[in-house]
Design a binder for this molecule. Structure first.
Ligand SMILES: [Zn+2]
Length: 410
């Protein structure tokens, strides 16, 4: 049994939990000033004001949290951080005005990440991803979702997922890693049609990965011209029949009805949503499928953003993730992305913090965390600040204190 005391604030999100993550307002953060928390390995035992610590906990070991804020653990629920090489050159070309085709002709684009990932060894992929995860953790992120999807052939997709499995074992329990299998990310040029690629790579790879228990969920890049509706539905039906959890990339370039499909197939989350239309918003408004926006990608590519406010107002459970990847969003810092997103997408602080904690956890099926209430899992983030507003106000400054957090669990 352990505790943290003298915390400037504890952001419990109790009100957010009562609303199931929908339409959060500042009052739903349910902030405890000058608070303490008591927990064992598996659950929170008590949380409240410093002066009310129950007698039975008075003599347990407490860490001094003076000058710090405790929040539910920050979760990055959408990353592609296992990859070889980088695409800095392509980024420069894009800023110089090159279009998609010119970049592809110069060997850029997602297929260049495929090439560089296939050229990297298991160890190189593991070591580079390990360093990326350490960095992400230093910003206060404690749970990270990682997708495969740059192998794009059976062997390398399996190998990338084995890398993720090894990372999961390496960082557990301090950092929790969620593995998503995504051979249906892009279609290498060598395949005559998406259907053929599904038959020859995606289905057999998914079967093999399932046999090795390599993933927690599958994902597919649903977009006409890539993995269209017919192919996607067939795959999702097959995955459902096998009880695989589903996540989806939807409505990024066009309104393809992806959000509705994600809801219909009971996906954990529908991600991107830049072009989601009225019907998609309506489908998500009463759904348990989390609407995950990835504002960093819009910032990095200079594109429009998803209609975050409308999604929230209609009742959708909104989450914010980084989409950290070598091409469309080379930013690993979710707190920074959320800081930038708040004024741009007109999100209040309750919406921001719900989006990177409670709803982000739910988008990974983690319903026993994301709120600091008795009985929930003791997964927290700690920041050097006196009030919650300071964290994203100081955008670009890292206020997380992962070392002190580690002490609380040592
Ligand atoms: Zn993605």
């Amino acid at each position: 049994m352990k505790g943290i005391k003298n915390l400037s604030q504890i952001i419990t999100l109790e009100g957010v939990h009562k609303k199931g993550g929908r339409r959060p307002l500042r009052g739903d953060l349910c902030i405890i000033e000058n608070g303490s928390i008591v927990f064992d390995e598996d659950k929170i035992l008590w949380v409240g004001s410093q002066k009310n610590i129950p007698k039975e906990y008075e003599n347990i070991p407490f860490i001094d949290g003076s000058g710090h804020i405790l929040t539910p653990e920050v979760v990055d629920s959408h990353t592609h951080l296992v990859f070889g090489g980088n695409r800095a050159r392509e980024y420069g070309m894009r800023l110089d005005g090159a279009d998609y085709q010119e970049i592809a002709n110069a060997g850029g684009g997602i297929l260049s990440s495929m090439k560089m990932t296939n050229e990297a060894s298991f160890n190189e992929l593991f070591e580079s991803a390990k360093e990326r995860i350490k960095k992400i953790h230093s910003y206060g992120v404690g749970t990270i979702e990682i997708k495969s999807g740059y192998g794009l052939n059976i062997e390398k997709e399996i190998e990338c997922s084995r890398v993720i499995k090894k990372l999961k074992e390496f960082f557990s329990p301090q950092i929790q890693i969620f593995s998503t299998f995504m051979p249906a990310h892009a279609i290498p040029k060598t395949w005559s049609s998406p259907q053929k690629y599904m038959e020859d790579v995606v289905y057999p790879a998914t079967e093999q990965a399932a046999k090795e228990k390599l993933f927690d969920a599958i994902d597919i890049f649903h977009e006409e011209g890539y993995f269209g509706s017919k192919i996607t539905k067939e795959y999702l039906e097959w995955c459902q029949s096998k009880d695989f959890a589903i996540k989806m990339h939807v409505d990024e370039f066009n309104d393809n009805g992806g959000a509705e499909m994600a809801h219909n197939y009971k996906a954990l989350s529908a991600d991107h949503l830049l072009c989601v239309g009225k019907r998609g918003i309506k489908a998500l408004s009463k759904s348990d499928t989390i609407a995950t926006i990835l504002p960093g990608t819009g910032f990095f590519l200079g594109k429009n953003q998803a209609p975050a406010k409308e999604l929230i107002e209609q009742g959708a459970k909104l989450s914010i993730a980084s989409d950290y990847n070598p091409g469309s969003c080379h930013c690993d810092n979710l707190i920074l992305i959320a800081s930038l997103a708040a004024p741009q997408l007109k999100l209040n602080l309750a919406e921001v913090w719900t989006g990177i904690t409670y709803n982000a956890a739910a988008s990974l099926g983690l319903t026993k965390q994301g709120v600091l209430v008795k009985g929930f899992r003791p997964r927290f983030s700690l920041f050097r600040a006196k009030i919650i507003d300071e964290i994203t106000y100081n955008w670009g400054h890292n206020l997380a204190n992962s070392d002190l957090l580690a002490q609380a669990f040592s």
